[in-house]
Structures are given as C-alpha cells and as structure tokens.
Write a protein that binds this ligand. Structure first.
Ligand code: AP5
Ligand code: ZN
Length: 213
C-alpha cells in the first residue's frame, strides 16, 4: 500500500512514518529529509535549497517532484509519502507518477494538530544526526541525557528552521499552499483524518486502523 501523511510542520508525520517503517517494512519518502541530504552534499542545488528551507518557504515543485520520481523508480514495498505532496501541482504530479508505474494511492492520512501545540513541538524537537530518531525535550526525551536511545550516538541536533520566525513562515506556507490538499483528497474519497494531538501510541493505533480497515 502507498499512503500520504499530510499535516502542518510538527504534526508528527516523521515520527509516525518511522514507526510504519519499523512495523510494516514500508519505505519512507520524506522530501524534507531528501532536501536536507542535498544541502549537506554541497552542490549548487543544495546551497540554493538551504536558504529557502531555513527561511521556512517551500522549495520549487520541479525540484521535489524530481526527487520523488527518482525514488519511485527504485521501487519498494509500499511508500509513505512524508511531507509530499505540498501543493496541488505536486499532488497532480504524484498521481501521474503512480499511474505511470502502475501503482495506486490507498489513503491520505491527515494529522490534525492545533497551532499552539505545533509551536511547542517544533521548539522542543531534536533528532539523532546518525540514525534520524526524532525526540522532544518534554514528550520524548532520551533515556540517557545526550545519547540516542536507538543507536547510542551523541550527535543530537536541532534543525536550522526550528525557530519561531521560520516556523511562522512554514505555517503560512502550509495554510496557503498545502491545506487545499485536504479538500482535494476528500473529494477523491481518499482522506482519513486522525487526531494528531493524542499520545504517539494512540496516533499510531488510529493510523493502523485506517490502513487495515
Ligand atoms: P519537512 O522536513 O517536511 O518539515 P515539516 O513539514 O515542517 O515537518 P516536520 O518535520 O517539522 O514535522 P513532522 O510532522 O515530521 O513532526 P515530527 O514527527 O518531527 O520540510 C522542511 C522544509 O523542506 C520545508 O519547510 C520546505 O522548505 C522543504 N520541503 C520539504 N518537502 C517539500 C515539498 N514537498 N515541497 C516544497 N518544499 C518542501 O514531530 C515534531 C515533534 O513533536 C518531535 O519533537 C516529536 O517528538 C513530537 N511529537 C510527535 N508526535 C507527538 C505526539 N503524538 N505527542 C507529543 N509529541 C509528539
Ligand atoms: Zn540514533
């Protein structure tokens, strides 16, 4: 099965995607992670992307659609689209790419979280630079301070765009350009909404229920 995780910055898309990878062997396609990898590669594209991301704006459709096209060509056992599509143009492009490769889209999971909670989630977030595990100062601290629970790395870091200024821009971009996708997928009968404010395990359970019917 192929699914989209849709929701504002900090809704918990990355957290839930990692769980689905572990539990179901699905493949996580996070355009945010791909773009962050591109920026550390030091290429010209990477440099341009870094500035846009740090301000909290969306990268061009052309770049992200190109990244997704490459990954779909590699194949896999069920994709989780995390942070993609983010515009109507990207949604149309994804539909075409899936058609071309003879695949379908099973569900679009909309994770609903209010703005106040998003600010707390984003400003408290840190991730493991080695394995990518996502933590939070209050809701998901590491067991041993400064050490990743999963891989033992001490390379824990915060994202450059996780500050209040960039977050405001990210939220505006979400409401202007991405939230229309809720209606788009609702009209296609593919939308399932879950309460993203619930505890992480509860959110996982709701998503599983949606996937297994
Ligand atoms: P991207 O990396 O996709 O970031 P985002 O959408 O802003 O989402 P986040 O990663 O911030 O949040 P999340 O929903 O994954 O939440 P998480 O699980 O970490 O995009 C970054 C940038 O890249 C964009 O601004 C743009 O510039 C560019 N970009 C990416 N894709 C693009 C595209 N398609 N088109 C154009 N540009 C693109 O959780 C957040 C925190 O909350 C964590 O600390 C976590 O531990 C905690 N938490 C999670 N769930 C719960 C829970 N249930 N209860 C309590 N705490 C929780
Ligand atoms: Zn780790």
């Amino acid at each position: 099965i192929n699914i989209i995780l849709l929701g504002p910055p900090g809704a918990g898309k990355g957290t839930q995607a990692r769980r689905l990878v572990e539990e179901r062997g699905m493949v996580q396609l996070s355009t945010g992670d791909m773009l962050r990898a591109a920026r550390t590669s030091g290429t010209e594209m990477g440099k341009r992307v870094a500035e846009v991301m740090d301000r909290g704006q969306l990268v061009t459709d052309e770049i992200v659609i190109g990244l997704i096209r490459e990954k779909l060509a590699e194949g896999g056992k069920g994709f989780i689209f995390d942070g993609f599509p983010r515009t109507l143009a990207q949604a149309d492009a994804l539909g075409k790419l899936l058609d071309e490769t003879g695949q379908g889209l099973d569900s679009v999971i909309e994770m609903q979280v209010d703005d106040e909670a998003l600010v707390r989630r984003i400003t408290g977030r840190f991730t493991c630079g080695n394995c990518g595990e996502v933590y939070h100062d209050e809701t998901r601290p590491t067991k041993v301070a400064g050490t990743c629970d999963v891989c033992g790395s001490t390379d824990l870091k915060r994202r450059a765009d996780d500050n209040e200024d960039s977050l405001k821009t990210r939220l505006l971009e979400y409401y202007k350009k991405t939230s229309p996708l809720i209606g788009y997928y609702y009209a296609k009968d593919q939308l399932v909404s879950v309460d993203g404010l619930a505890e992480m395990d509860e959110v996982s359970a709701e998503i599983s229920k949606a996937l297994d019917g």
